[in-house]
Design a binder for this molecule. Sequence first.
Ligand SMILES: Nc1ncnc2c1ncn2[C@@H]1O[C@H](COP(=O)(O)OP(=O)(O)O)[C@@H](O)[C@H]1O
Ligand SMILES: [Mg+2]
Length: 320
Amino acid sequence: MLAFKAEEQSQLQLVEREEIEDEEDLFEAIDKLTAHGINAGDVKKLQDAGIYTCNGLMMHTKKSLTGIKGLSEAKVDKICEAVEKIVNFGYITGSDALLKRKSVVRITTGSQALDELLGGGIETLAITEAFGEFRSGKTQLAHTLCVSTQLPINLRGGNGKVAYIDTEGTFRPDRIIPIAERFGMDPGAVLDNIIYARAYTYEHQYNLLLGLAAKMAEEPFRLLQKLAQMLSRLIKIAEEFNVAVYMTNQVIADPGGGVFISDPKKPAGGHVLAHAATIRLMFRKGKGEQRVCKVFDAPNLPEAEQVFQITPGGIADAKD
Ligand SMILES: Nc1ncnc2c1ncn2[C@@H]1O[C@H](COP(=O)(O)OP(=O)(O)O)[C@@H](O)[C@H]1O
Ligand SMILES: [Mg+2]
């Protein structure tokens, strides 16, 4: 199955931030329900099912909630009523939507040119997918983001921790050291703020995502059966916890097309991934160390491209 194969080839990097002033109105912890007549035992059942916030609860259907052991239809109705008192999930005005977008954090890629192309950097509340030929810098950008995410906001970072789910075995912690030094950060501390998991199977990856949501809700650090469901889970987590999700996706070689990368417009995962990712970036090689990033699809960015470079210190502007 193509979708399955695609997931094996992709990497997911979930980037978390913390201690941002208006964080508290971003999500409401699920245990607030106890103040609205829901007993602690039922709250615990929700948590055990991976639901840690009121916002997260509203992303589930009533049908799936009644599927949780010990929660009857009547209980679920009561829970949903209580949640609606805590979180407004109805219409908001365009002005309020604009205000909401202000909570978006943009994390530097390490290249100013690339940041400008992206409207400031890799965004929270969204999935950014990088696809393109091998050696084009997708994984190097992931490594650079592992570090830049931890920079303070005023240095164009995300002031947060990083979760790295590695499905292809290409994470190199030793690469983090020179990148951290380049940004003037303590490599040991930077490495301590990255949690890493190597995912070998689809099921493993699913469980890692569930565990991550739990971690994010408690620390408060921030972050399903088919590929589409896994990705829909990711976008929900991105929106629930104001997290940036960066994932890489290698272009598949056409089995009938010999050794050539058949069509750079066809990332592995095809349309399933395309619909889930908010921002899609196409990477390709340029001359020498140079690489090119093209905005392939984004709701708020023009289709344009920029040259960048891979350096020992990570992604940077091209020298030319
Ligand atoms: N320490 C480093 N210094 C400079 N360039 C590096 C370093 N490590 C890897 N690279 C370059 O990064 C490229 C691989 O990029 P990568 O992000 O792994 O590609 P992909 O798009 O396949 O994920 C190679 O061209 C390699 O030379
Ligand atoms: Mg790679």
